[in-house]
Each structure stands twice: as structure tokens, then as C-alpha cells.
Design a protein around this ligand. Structure first.
Ligand code: SF4
Length: 293
């Protein structure tokens, strides 16, 4: 799966206060927009990939969005676009995106209910717009995915989120640890050790429902017997260069762990805030391919 980071969001009023987006209102998170040429170059570099994920920022706010999506489809038969979902409410946008070749539209759900989701985004009605977007994409024949950021206020509802999303015929779930920095005054970053039992339960539920799932930036020692499978789901991720390189900085992997060559460790803001205590060094063999880059 090739992952291209698209851009920071140039329209925070469209993306609300989405903590997935570096253009959100969190201190220190507003970053320069990647040029269209940089995104196009990254797509060219990913030519022939089995899957391409276009993520970060709000690609649909760019005037050249459809051209970039068409290029993505020429590079791969499978194109997943991450979007806040708000642009999808505009007439004809979903149809145009699907015509351009996007195979899966991935939308974020910050918890399983409107109350938590709208609190996180700071925008009343955002949850309902995402749900409507997911339904409309399916009605128009596209596949959908739910992006489930691992948040302090909502991580306990991850299994419930998977359960409720099944009624929407969601094809895949993307569980994502946030890169930080955290919001001042409204902390969102959780301890991943606390998240882990709920995440593992949610992953079991996706498997039982025969839905795809992937996990981004959670160390495999926290994923139990799903670690090797999740590693395969994130294989050969490619992060675009240039202004898009708002790199996710990871702390050093643990010396005693047999996965240390593969694991990038916790995200640095999480490690700084919660420390490394409690991580359990693995003693089994990691997957043979370099899976967690
Ligand atoms: S290297 Fe550290 S963070 Fe990574 S799996 Fe091993 S114990 Fe966990």
C-alpha cells in the first residue's frame, strides 16, 4: 500500500478542527501546503503500486483535485482518498470523485456518536455529514472506509464504532495514532497502552465481520496476535517528500525486542508524554518483509 501525504488543509473552516489535519487549530500544527506539483511527483513515483492512499489535508479543496485523482488512478487500480467528508455534501462532488477513479473514500469518525465527534471537530452537525457522506458514496457504488483516530475521549468506544459502522457497509477501518502535538486545554492524545485492549477488540470485530483493517503508528507489541497481520496491511508505505514531509517522528525502539529492526516505536509526542514504561518487548520473529516503515 502506498501512502502519499497530500497537504495541510488550506481551509480550516471546511475541515473544522479535525485533529487528523495538520491545518487544524492545534498549536504548532499549521504547516505549509504541499504544491500540486509535489503531489503529482509523488504520484509518479508511486506508479504501478497495488494501492495508493491519498491522505492528510483536504485534497478536494484544491482546484487541481480531479486531475490529481485521475493521475492516481493511472498509477494504481486502487485509490483511497482520505477526506473530512464536508466537501462531499456539495452537489456532484462524490460523482466526480468516483468518475476520476477513486475506488474508496475514507472518512473520519471521532467516536461512535455525534456528541463526541462534534466536540472533537468543534463543528455541530459534522458527524451527521460524515454519516451521510458514507451512505451516499455506497449508494453511488463506491467503497468506503472509516478512519478511526485513537483519541483520549473516545478510545473506549472503538468496538462500538466498528459495530455501528457495519450497518453502513464500510469496507475497511483505518485506526490511526495521532502524531501530535496535542491540543492545549483539550488534550486528545491517549496513552496507547490504555487504548490497546479496546483496539485489539475492535480488530477482532473487523476480522469477524470480514472487513479490512489497518493500524497506523501503534507499535506491534500493543497489538497482540494481530500484529503480524497489521504489519502486512501497512507494507511499503511511501511518504511524499517536500512540504508534505510533516514527518511522524518516532522514539527509539526498545533494545530487548526482537521486532526492534522493524518497529519504529511510539510516536515521539506520545513517548514524551507517557514514557516507554509498560511496552512489552516481543520475543517472536517479526514478518520477513520490512513491514512497519
Ligand atoms: S521495539 Fe519497543 S515499541 Fe516496538 S514492538 Fe518492540 S517493545 Fe514495542
Amino acid at each position: 500500500m502506498h501512502v502519499l501525504t497530500g497537504s495541510s488543509c488550506p481551509h480550516p473552516f471546511i475541515s473544522a478542527a479535525c485533529p487528523l489535519c495538520r491545518g487544524s487549530d492545534a498549536p504548532g500544527r499549521s504547516e505549509p501546503l504541499a504544491t500540486a506539483q509535489a503531489v503529482a511527483d509523488a504520484l509518479t513515483a508511486a506508479d504501478g503500486a497495488a494501492e495508493i492512499v491519498l491522505r492528510d489535508g483536504e485534497l478536494l479543496t484544491r482546484p487541481e483535485a480531479l486531475e490529481l485523482l485521475q493521475q492516481a488512478r493511472k498509477s494504481s487500480k486502487s485509490v483511497e482518498l482520505w477526506t473530512s467528508g464536508l466537501m462531499l455534501a456539495r452537489p456532484g462532488v462524490i460523482e466526480a470523485v468516483l468518475r476520476a477513479g477513486v475506488t474508496t473514500l475514507a472518512l473520519p469518525l471521532y467516536g461512535d456518536a455525534a456528541e463526541s465527534h462534534d466536540w472533537v471537530t468543534g463543528q455541530s452537525g459534522h458527524f451527521q455529514r460524515v454519516i451521510s457522506g458514507l451512505k451516499r458514496v455506497r449508494a453511488l457504488g463506491g467503497k468506503t472506509a472509516v478512519i478511526a483516530p485513537l483519541l483520549r475521549p473516545t478510545f473506549r468506544t472503538l468496538p462500538l464504532l466498528v459495530q455501528k459502522s457495519q450497518a453502513l457497509d464500510v469496507a475497511a477501518f483505518r485506526f490511526v495514532a495521532l502524531p501530535g502535538p496535542d491540543r492545549a486545554g483539550q488534550p486528545l492524545l491517549p496513552s496507547l497502552e490504555m487504548v490497546a485492549p479496546y483496539l485489539r477488540q475492535a480488530l477482532q470485530m473487523t476480522a469477524a465481520a470480514k472487513r479490512r483493517a489497518s493500524v497506523l503508528d501503534v507499535p506491534p507489541c500493543l497489538l497482540g496476535d494481530r500484529a503480524a497481520e497489521m504489519a502486512k496491511e501497512t507494507v511499503t508505505a511511501v511518504i511524499a517528500a517536500g512540504a508534505q514531509a510533516h514527518a511522524r517522528v518516532h522514539g527509539p525502539p526498545c533494545e530487548a525486542c526482537t521486532w526492534r529492526a522493524e518497529c519504529r516505536g511510539l510516536l515521539e509526542p506520545t513517548a514524551e508524554r507517557f514514557g516507554w514504561a509498560g511496552l512489552v518487548a516481543r520475543s517472536d520473529a517479526p514478518p520477513t518483509h520490512s513491514a512497519l516503515k
